[in-house]
Design a protein around this ligand. Sequence first.
Ligand code: ISL
Ligand code: CA
Length: 549
Amino acid sequence: MTRQIWWKDAVIYQIYPRSFRDSNGDGIGDIRGIIEKVDYLADLGIDVVWLGPVYQSPNDDNGYDISDYRSIHPDFGTLADLDQLLHLLHLREIRLIMDLVVNHTSDEHDWFQESRKSLDNPYRDYYFWKKGQNGAPPNNWKSFFGGSAWAYEEDTDEYYLHLFTKKQPDLNWENPVVRNEVCDIIRFWLERGVDGFRMDVIPLISKRLDFKDTQLNSFPEVVEQVYSNGPKVHKYIGEIVGRVISNYDVMTVGEGPGIHTEVGLDYVGTDRGELNMIFHLDHMYLGFGPKGRFDPIPFSLNDVFEIFNRWDDAMANEGWISIFLDNHDFTRMLSRFGNDQNYRIESAKLLVTLIMTLRGTPCIYQGSEIGMTNIAYERLEDFDDVESKNFIREALEKGREPSEILELVNRHGRDNARTPMQWDDSMHAGFTSGHPWLTINPNYRRINVEESKNDANGILHFYKKMIAFRKEHPVFVYGDFTCLFAADPIYMYSRSDDQQSFVVVHNFGDHRIDMPEIPKGYGYHFSSYPNDQARKLLAPWESRIFIKS
Ligand code: ISL
Ligand code: CA
């Protein structure tokens, strides 16, 4: 089978710019730091870099609060640096996609500064303003990051909507002028040569305009039924794609909180003219209780397998998703789905085998390729993320035990994924010569790129091997997926087209276990364990691949 669609063939690598590499010693990762590492990226074999937000921003939510969409935050560099990065990546046949954050702006954006001035300001209608109800907000909607989703402004005696922090007012997409502005921003970046966008919280852009109180008690349900999948979401996505994006050979991946299998194809169906793929968050929200991530509930690996199967079934040949197990909003995949203690190397290899062999475009988050893990902070003051800080404040106000709060935030907070990249075992892990903006995981002396490079059986080499393996075999991109067995700790499936067929089996457990029965006609191909042969038992956290003769 021949190659067909570049964004299906591609392997994406997500860079969280503050934490990748600091070139000038101010402790903050920057674009010139990424430029220093383009050969590292090329050597890994990835095809697309997703660059987190680098725009002008007061950084209330680390760049997801943009105050100027056309300029680069000086912490990260300049537009010229970005152009150079793009050029150097393109020379290596790597594409660059930017983060498009247009559900909301920063409150420091000129539009909002104008909008808040008076009821008749021409920008008033760029955002959602409502009267309160007897001194209370217009409705009972809660922000993703705690508290009401409405903030009061005394000057005009109205509230504005912010589904995220107070400093992230939601844009009013009902206003056609807002949609024109968004199209202009998109055109600006595509004309500069970027290769597409990861679209932040894109299913949230169309609001339910009756702004009814919600009776739902579970936050994940509120996201799905109240905030996401609004009545005009497809009209709006179709509009920006039709007017601008479809004129360029670029890719789009929508971040999809609240998008479930029943509505997935509405966003990515091949006939829809909307998005190329989504990051659905079903497996990422596993373990989130009624109040979200800091209200954890148990989940099992069977839930994870079921979600992969259900999504593959829903997409089949009609749509497309990205396959990923973590990003800057969740904890490290190795700590969440693997065993970061006794089987760190083994489980890291299993997880990348999974990502590279499921159907969908793989996306790797920086640091996974060397097996970075969650961090454990000792003090509540050490946390940086606005979501964690808000939770800590509210929980302390409610009188909860500090030790219990610390445990929750350590285990579930987003800072886990945001600690700086561990390049070597020198001071500050080779990330910066200055003082890092966020505490580096002390395990960097053991876990770092240099160490991993020198270990032929290490994680980094295995990532390269699996990326190359996927690219050599289009069946992993275009072939059918069939689940053969899924019961914790075993997950087994086949990938097949008219020319080739593989069976992949994983042991997500700490114990050796009998091999499930492999269908007839398949022979041992390779294992994630070094020098392994077709032994009878599967080793702890082993993945094995069989090929049809
Ligand atoms: O982390 C979450 C809340 O517990 C997620 O639900 C997350 O907020 C959601 O996936 C949206 O994430 C995106 O938009 C946010 C930003 O903070 C995240 O970093 C971004 O990925 C607002 O822009
Ligand atoms: Ca810097």
